[in-house]
Design a protein around this ligand. Sequence first.
Ligand SMILES: [Zn+2]
Ligand SMILES: [Zn+2]
Length: 427
Amino acid sequence: MKIKMPRGTSDIIFEKAAKKQYIERLAIDLFEQFGYRPIVTPTFEHTELFQRGIGESTDIVRKEMYTFEDKGGRSLTLRPEGTAPVVRAYLEHGLASKSLPAKLYYCGQMFRYERPQAGRYREFWQLGIEVLGSQDALVDVEVILLLIRFLEKIGLKDLELHLNSMGCLVCRKSFGEALRKYLKDKMELLCIDCKKRVNSNPLRVFDCKNKKCQTIMKKAPLISDFWCESCRGHFETVKSILDDVGISYILNPALVRGFDYYTKTTFEVRTPYLGAQNALGGGGRYDGLVEELGGSPTPAIGWAIGTERVIMATEELNINLPLSSNTDVFVATIDGAREEGFKVLNFLRETGVSADMDYGNRSLKGQMKLANKLRASYVIILGPDELKKGICLIRNMNTGDQSEMQTSKISRWAKGEFKSGKVDFNG
Ligand SMILES: [Zn+2]
Ligand SMILES: [Zn+2]
């Protein structure tokens, strides 16, 4: 019996792998340009980190975590999200004593035991950023801008920025009470999950996908009526800076995030073209989390986006990512010129050109086919006749032109031809 990959996982190969890499490189370049630095945290953490950092009442902690006991009897959990581990690392390595804010980005796998569906996996990839140690409203806008720039660079258009403020712990408390009061006499109409949420975390009823619950929430009290002066002021500043930099937004008072630690600015970027699954990525402030995890009160903000989600959006919207060909030059050989061809191949690679050759004993015709498949820009052909004369043939695969060249001049030719980086015939 053949062993197959576990349900909810995926092998990322062929074009999807190229797309993933393209998206990650683009994101990382942009993160670096905005002054963010990389952080890599472990794939598993102590279970308690997520119980405290995400909240016991959330679906993630209640139902979706990959929790296991290791051979030493510790309860460990494959990370279901990236923020709690970053905050843990921030505290563990005393980043607060370095220059603040700490601006960090990550790229890695997350794990959630969910019902697998299109574009949703149990092991999935996320890109994300976190800024710790600043309550400046400019940071809120920078973080939002970074998400929008990233999606625009991918080629996604007409993005909608949905914006809300979750208030702080003070205003959230009175809002929670008002919400509980509103929901108390509608208990019968709520789904089983929401019945429990009314007491544990009534804000999460906003997240419920159940139609009946959604209808009830349409008339629910709004957080905006409970903002304290400080939260209202912060939100006004964020909005006016967004206006200044020309980013339009949709005020969405129902945008309430499922995590306990979110405060103040919360946002989501959507595309109008993907129907129900139109959310691409989102995030917000979590000024309460560092303290929750044992640090001193520290304002923080961040976002995360699913890489597979972005790939799926580009496919559904027919966006062609400029995946450049991997091979600049393919070296083809005939009758006993293979070793000489291998030397040429290595010359080329030393000059920084991406080059390849056949290792499958193909005929010249087969090698040309392979060169086509690899989308090589040039093929260098070497046979016994050419070897005797100290030359090789160079074929431009784009135009079909073929010419002779002295083998000793290949390096110089390659340097000249590819000096401005990769030749991109797809763009
Ligand atoms: Zn407040
Ligand atoms: Zn519900």
